[in-house]
Design a protein around this ligand. Sequence first.
Ligand SMILES: [Zn+2]
Ligand SMILES: [Zn+2]
Length: 131
Amino acid sequence: MLNRYTYSQKNTSSFYYCSKKDAGCKARVKIVENTVKLIIGRHDHEPPNYIYHNSYSFIPTYKGKHLLMYKGYTFCQDHHSLSYNCSKRNSGCRGRVKLMKDGKIGFAFVQHNHEPPKYVRRSSGQYVKIS
Ligand SMILES: [Zn+2]
Ligand SMILES: [Zn+2]
């Protein structure tokens, strides 16, 4: 990742192409020994909304509880532990997230057997379930 754009290596050359290359972006960078040597072309699009691996949010629910939202799915806390089970666990989904003590995601099983629930994010930062 460079300047918020993401690149991927093609073959074993030292050129990394914009991850939107298939969409027609011609930007590429030459990286030699982990140093950017050359930037060629300009992006014809905004940087992708890169989702950091550790990015999740909490959705407060009634009774002072909260859900953890990760990659569009919601998880319920398992007895005040750092383990979160998919909200659809009762439907047999095995989706699970485990947080580390420092708040980072230590483990995530995100192969759900269902579509993500539909939430919209309000400008206030609150999530509202719409289905
Ligand atoms: Zn690009
Ligand atoms: Zn699930």
